[in-house]
Design a protein around this ligand. Sequence first.
Ligand code: HEC
Length: 105
Amino acid sequence: MIKTATTLLALSLAAMAAQAQSAAPPAGRLLASNCFQCHGTNGAGPGFDAIAGKSAEDIYKELKEMQRREPGNDIMKAHARGDTDEQLRQLSTYLSQQRKSSTSK
Ligand code: HEC
């Protein structure tokens, strides 16, 4: 009897652990975190241009333009080229949902 209870407890703990692990961060956040070093936490500045709070479509279009840039403006070209269209959509959507900070330009 005690053994059964212990087994049940172990099983439910394992189930809880599995559930905790599957709690994924919002889509695009991991990809967007790559941008925070330069564009501030959640893209809200301060730093280079704040990118939080723009429309997802605008961010996506800018990144697609950057992919096509001539060599020279390499920082953003390199970042934009590193992601697939699907990934750019995800991170653009995530960034569009973040607030600009009051100190950003
Ligand atoms: C190493 C620093 C650095 C990182 C990392 C970085 N950026 Fe940038 N970003 C810049 C600089 C510098 C500019 C301005 C010059 C330019 O356009 O290349 C810029 C400009 C931009 C612009 C244009 C803003 C405007 O108002 O014109 C967007 C959009 C942008 N970045 C998005 C991103 C996204 C999305 C990521 C992450 C995938 C990212 N950046 C990562 C440095 C960075």
